[in-house]
Design a protein around this ligand. Sequence first.
Ligand code: C2E
Ligand code: CA
Ligand code: CA
Length: 699
Amino acid sequence: MEGTVGTGNYVHKTKLNLRTDFFNKADEWLADDYNYSSLCMITFDIQNFHFFNKWYGREAGDMLLKAVGDFLYNIEQSGEAICGYIGGDNFSVLFGYNGYMINKITDNLQEIVRAYAKNDLSISAAFGAYKYAEGDNKYSAVEIYDYTVDALKNLKDSNINWIDPSIVQKREEELRMLPEIINALDNNEFIFFLQPKCHLKTRKIIGSEALVRWISPTRGMVPPGYFISLLEDHGLITSLDLLIWEQVCAKIREWMDEGLYVPPISVNVSRVDILQLDVPLTFEHLTKKYNLEPNRIEIEITESAYTDDEAKIINTVNRLHQAGFKVLIDDFGSGYSSLNILKDIPADVLKLDMKFLGDHNQTDSKGNSIIESVLEMSRRLHIPSIIEGVEHEEQVLNLMDLGCEFAQGYYYYKPMPQDDFKMLITNDSIVGKKAPDKTTRITEKSHLQQFYEYFVKAADVNINSGKYTFLKTDSLHREINVPEASTIKEYAERFINLGIIHHDDVAGYIKLFDKDYLLKRIANGSNKFLHSLRYFKDGKYEWVLFEITVPNDFDPIDNPTLLFTWKNIGVRYQSSEDLLYLLSLNFHKLLRVNLESQRFESLHVNKDELTKKKGYSEKIGLWLKNFAKTGNVHSDDVENYLKFANTKKMQKHFEKSDEPLSISYRRLVGEEFVTVTMTICKSLQYTKQRPIVLLYLKD
Ligand code: C2E
Ligand code: CA
Ligand code: CA
């Protein structure tokens, strides 16, 4: 902004250090035996100062600058800081980092600007700030100043932006690499490796993914993690991708000409490509040039791309599709947008990554249930899926159990040079022809309906304020969230207090509503939290997977929104449970009981039963006894009732017989005694080791 605003008069009048003096003095301070890590620099500018000049005149502009300058001059006179006028509407201050000084400077400057700008809220003070860290003495004052300007440019919601030395360092390293990369693009130092995609069970190769590698004469082989996002940030990824796509097409042509069967190769398309190129047209040209059927090439677009320019991306995918290219949604489930993607985009294959599906070394039931539910969803939508990042044999066995068909990962093959891949596909017996293919797609409407069925509830939650917005709710929500709970935690507690969340599942559940706990885990790198729980609905407990998704662009201050979802995972139990549900309509109470462990759970409890005081023991034997002893059973029937309520005796009976056991007794309902029958019968799951029975109460 230097030189573009103001009359230039101010610079002649100010008593403040001018640019060069300021930097020299600051460097002297820094060179002094001073504790660097306790210094900070704040650079200040006036937002929309050119408008201020336009509206109030340049004289007024100079007056404002003078007021600011006078204030800063006094600060410097106190000996606590070095202040400078850099030019235009830019001032900078170097001082010992302390909250009091920071507030004194920022508050006063803001006040001065407000006083001059009267009621124009668009004219305000903005601050870019840098706090020195250990080892920062290698930077000169002018370098630090540049960082503060950078921070100022990237100001978000608040009027001060502190820049982190680690961000600065990373950016610096990257920027140093940038000219090298541009050079490398010219020198054709980028090639691609191929990583086979396999049939999970037979291990046959059904395709592969082209993954770029930089073969640098000085650095050796550099994986894409080091340069992709940098190239994206500088709009250069497109040049690289065009290069790789063409290399891939040329290679397929070459191998086909040698008479090889080449299973489809997928390439990665960055969101930047979609914004900068006509991607469908590019692929049409390429396939024409190399005389390839479009089904030889598959296109991977990462899920996070869909959040950017939705309309453009949806359009691109549709056109790719029409031209005969398969589109894979890469890293499906990693981000926020999973839901909407499936609603809007005709994806051909979902690509799930083990690392987004919970701890990939774990084969525990929770990890399973998430993979299972995603697989279930993809099956329901008739979209095939492939799991990548498969590393261990246990994972494979597990994935087989879950009905997964295709996989990519180190367990099968690591990404490899093209010639190694060629050797593999030369061997007919390791190439499979059965690729992930879409079965008939259900009509859009039922597809949507099924999709929404998949979630019981979904909400956006601001983790800082606890405020929430439900994207989808169920009937219970509408019943219970009146009046509306003010925070998501309060919301969850309401369901817990009403017994809607099974008491065994409460502890792990409520923890996930603790802001500090979540933020700490997120800071340590967690991006998903899962908890399966039993949720009481329509007269029975259903297994629900509660899931918190941390969006890719989550930021604890600027974008503190998390996605909370509740989804049904009781698919396996569903059919038998439905039957039970029909039966249960006739019952006051229906429990599933393990006679051996004496544990039990309610499958159905009438509403009036639900409100009865809880607090009985969790063992069924004791529970029944307490029920009688607290006056619920007519005194004349208590003796018989207690004899009946002997679980050891029941167990003996069922070892020999399939006949149900039952007893009639008078039971207190409201003010009067009513005769009811309690029946206990073997469940379908009954075994000697796990003697599971059903207990029901009927009029
Ligand atoms: P991606 O598309 O998700 O690619 C999969 C990454 O996972 C690859 O890393 C692959 O080597 C790695 N991987 C495969 N199996 C396993 C496994 O079992 N365990 C583990 N831990 N990792 C496995 P790579 O090659 O480093 O690529 C990283 C990312 O760079 C890719 O992620 C993709 O987003 C991007 N990328 C790669 N090539 C290109 C390209 O040509 N163009 C663009 N735009 N992006 C690319
Ligand atoms: Ca990929
Ligand atoms: Ca991936």
